[in-house]
Design a protein around this ligand. Structure first.
Ligand code: GTP
Ligand code: MG
Length: 370
């Protein structure tokens, strides 16, 4: 049996604690705002104040989401998701620009990446690689941490003139913690002061032993500026990806991860979703973190409208109720009611976490009292 204090219940109904005490006094119960009341009494009060009672437990919510494992037979090969990490200004975005044959850096404010960009590169053999660009700036350490969680392979960019720096080491630690294979791209090798050998030696101190030093971490010398070593890097990514035998079931309700989200002036809330499994389609109803929605439109990394997006594909999704957080999971559900219910439940939990220090069991008692 769950319990809640009078004050907590008042908070959730957006009523005054004293008014609840008064109402209970009329019902013949003398309590203070800090006293706990049982669920039946709480429900009585909620109804008395003209709100609807809805019991939502964690179990109910879990049951509503189809998180079942896929059958081996339904799995199809998917593109690797590669996150580019490294210290600020070591050339992550430039390297990605060079690989894509485009220029993102020139459009960035002060040349500093503010968010995680997601792009797909199609190779000569028609196979694809999904790249996530991350910012190197200190303030974005949690973003890099999330990047490491959705990724199959990390490309660690180290500038050969600057060597190992704090965010390089941080990226190494995130990658190790996530258990993700790493490829080291030693960048800016065109510079006269470049010293790739010193980078390799310094990496040893962090237990990253590259092939050149008889280890098993692949390394490659590149120059994003002069566009050298790029094919070598792509080959190494493909080789690593083949070893991982990456697969996903494209024929199921889609699941994805928010890599970035924002409120766009003209288009409303927009989220870049990396599809993990299933195929996301226009018209799909979904819950994403504490938000819900219906896919109104999808835009790929080249700015083209698309009708569907399969595993490992990054797409911008329009039609959200609000802005989710980077790292939130998106799940497609059958009905809008269900999507709203789950989102409201999660909003309730978040609200509860912010306003009180109540134990978890209380959080699951009521949600979205109206
Ligand atoms: P943040 O996103 O701010 O962490 O930086 P970043 O790692 O994305 O670096 P970015 O690609 O913005 O490059 C930083 C600077 O290094 C720019 O001035 C680039 O022109 C320069 N740069 C990048 N790659 C190379 C290279 O291979 N050689 C030389 N010489 N300069 C490079
Ligand atoms: Mg950048």
């Amino acid at each position: 049996p769950e319990a809640i204090t009078v004050q907590e219940l008042a908070n959730r109904m957006a009523e005054k604690g004293a008014d609840l005490v008064k109402a209970m006094f009329k019902m013949g119960m003398a309590v203070t705002v800090n006293q706990t009341i049982d669920q039946d009494t709480a429900e009585l009060l909620v109804t008395d104040f003209g709100h609807n009672v809805r019991r939502v437990s964690d179990a109910d919510v879990e049951l509503e989401l189809d998180t079942t494992e896929d059958n081996e037979a339904d799995l199809k090969p998917r593109a690797p998701v590669v996150t580019i990490m490294g210290h600020v200004d070591h050339g992550k975005t430039s390297l990605l620009d060079a690989l894509r044959g485009t220029s993102v850096t020139s459009g960035e404010a002060g040349g500093i990446t503010q968010h995680i960009g997601a792009y797909q590169v199609t190779l000569k053999d028609k196979s694809q690689i999904t790249f996530l660009d991350t910012p190197g700036h200190e303030a974005f350490s949690d973003m890099r941490a999330r990047g490491a969680n959705v990724t199959d392979i990390v490309v660690l960019v180290v500038a050969a003139d600057d060597g190992l720096m704090p965010q390089t080491i941080e990226a190494i630690n995130h990658t190790k913690a996530a258990g993700v294979p790493m490829i080291v791209a030693i960048n800016k090798c065109d510079k006269p002061e470049a010293n790739p050998q010193k980078v390799r030696e310094r990496l040893l101190e962090h237990e990253v032993i590259v092939e050149e030093m008889s280890g098993d971490v692949q390394d490659v010398e590149v120059s994003a500026l002069k566009k050298t070593g790029l094919d070598d890097l792509l080959d190494k990514i493909q080789l690593q990806a083949e070893l991982l035998e990456l697969k996903a079931n494209p024929d199921r309700a889609a699941e994805g991860t928010v890599v970035e989200a924002k409120l766009d002036k003209g288009r409303g809330p927009v989220a870049t979703i990396l599809v993990n499994r299933g195929t996301l389609k226009v018209g799909d109803i979904f819950v994403v973190g504490a938000e819900s929605g219906k896919v109104r439109a999808m835009i790929d990394d080249k700015g083209k409208q698309v009708k569907k997006a399969g595993p490992s594909t990054p797409v911008e999704v329009l039609g959200l109720s609000g802005v989710p957080m980077a790292g939130d999971q998106l799940q497609v559900v059958d009905t809008e009611t269900k999507a709203r219910e789950i989102a409201e439940y999660r909003q309730g939990v978040m609200q509860q976490k912010r306003t009180t220090q109540a134990p978890a069991s209380l959080e699951s008692m009521f949600s979205a009292l109206k």
